[in-house]
Design a protein around this ligand. Structure first.
Ligand SMILES: *Cc1c(COP(=O)(O)O)cnc(C)c1O
Length: 368
């Protein structure tokens, strides 16, 4: 099966093998060595001298943790969104009692830093800004560096959902001035779902010290306190820690610049491939993501019918459209353990399947 969704992503054999190891004492020396090495290697990938916290939960848990640790009920928060995940970040913040000021951009377009500047001019009392680096629902990578520069002009706290970008595309957290950066395991790290990673700098910790939203399981202070001993406050997902260490070793061997270059190549292969079939991209190509590509379903074709056919007859699994895009688009995930060959295989399957749903591709399947 060719699993090409933007998470969970396929796991290399070395990662799967690492997870079969016997349990160990999570308060013992062996675990603390593993934990300490994971944390050090994660800091390299977050490109930070700050802290990286390891939490047990999915990405949404990481987003909730970031919100609950950084804000107090009643705080005004600017939530910038251009898709389903930006909306989710805003929704969490609202549920926890912040006063959420939304700044929405069209789905398929990028966030305009100038719009962020205007919103901050109009809302000088904002405590912090939420932004999604790579909007997985539409296949857009926002210009985080420029957005961050604007947020810093106003001296505001910046929380970033970098779940489908960090580890695959460049995100120098410190250099760009991102205060809290959220990530999770089942995307670029090539391991199963269940771990969230949070990068946090001095300014982030300052916010934590003032924040009054309720938190217990997600308490960053508890996580930091235990991390100093090479532990987590609560029982961690031990097997996923084995997996993460194995994956981080693979990633260190490949090297960050090579990983970024591979994702750039794979992203280009995906975009050129679908265009050569006569399909069109959903998102503004100037901001096209190198980790996920969203494709318009051809006129008269339901994207979900196409996906079902691809899975049943071609063993290729693609992702659905989310929210208002259900059936209208389909998405190819190309992050983590992925090569150009994987994407070529998807293109061959598409070339063969499209005529079966009534669309004639401009290029015919190589094997038929
Ligand atoms: C996958 C993803 C999430 C988190 O999803 P979970 O299912 O909770 O792991 C959040 N934001 C973005 C941008 C994502 O791609």
């Amino acid at each position: 099966m060719e699993l090409r969704i933007p998470g969970p992503t396929p796991c290399p054999p070395a990662v799967l093998e690492a997870m079969t190891k016997q349990m160990i004492n999570h308060r013992g020396r062996e675990f603390s060595q593993i934990f300490t090495e994971i944390t050090a290697r994660l800091k390299d990938f977050f490109q930070t001298k700050g802290d990286v916290l390891l939490l047990t939960g999915s990405g949404t848990g990481g987003l909730e943790a970031a919100v609950a640790n950084c804000f107090s009920p009643g705080d005004k928060v600017l939530a910038v969104s251009n898709g389903a995940f930006g909306d989710r970040f805003a929704a969490i913040t609202q549920v926890f009692g912040a006063q959420v000021q939304r700044l929405n951009f069209p789905w398929g377009a990028a966030v305009d830093p100038e719009g962020v500047r205007q919103a901050l001019n109009e809302n000088p009392d904002v405590k912090g800004v939420l932004v999604t680096h790579n909007e997985t629902s539409t296949g857009i990578t926002n210009d985080l560096q420029s957005i961050s520069a604007v947020v810093k002009e106003f001296d505001k706290l910046l929380l970033v959902d970098a779940i489908s970008s960090l580890g695959c595309v460049d995100l120098p957290m410190d250099a760009w001035g991102c205060d809290v950066v959220v990530n999770c395991s089942q995307k670029g790290w090539m391991i199963p779902p269940g771990l969230a990673m949070i990068g946090i700098n001095e300014r982030g910790w300052q916010a934590v010290s003032q924040a009054k939203m309720p938190r217990f399981y997600w308490d960053f202070n508890a996580a930091k306190q235990y991390a100093a001993k090479g532990q987590t406050p609560w029982t961690p997902a031990v097997s996923l820690c084995y997996a993460l260490l194995a994956a981080l070793e693979m990633m260190a061997q490949e090297g960050m610049p090579n990983i970024f270059a591979r994702h750039a190549r794979v992203g280009r292969t995906a975009r050129e491939g679908v265009k050569s079939l006569g399909l069109t991209l959903f998102a503004d190509e100037a901001y096209a993501s190198n980790t996920v590509t969203a494709i318009n379903a051809p006129t008269g074709v339901n994207g979900d019918d196409l996906r079902r056919l691809l899975e049943k007859e071609y063993q290729v699994v693609l992702a659905e459209g989310q929210g208002k895009l259900v059936g209208r688009i389909f998405r190819i995930g190309h992050l983590g353990w992925v090569s150009e060959e994987n994407i070529q295989r998807v293109m061959e399957a598409l070339a063969a399947a499209l005529p079966q749903v009534g669309f004639t591709p401009t290029r015919v399947a190589a094997s038929s």
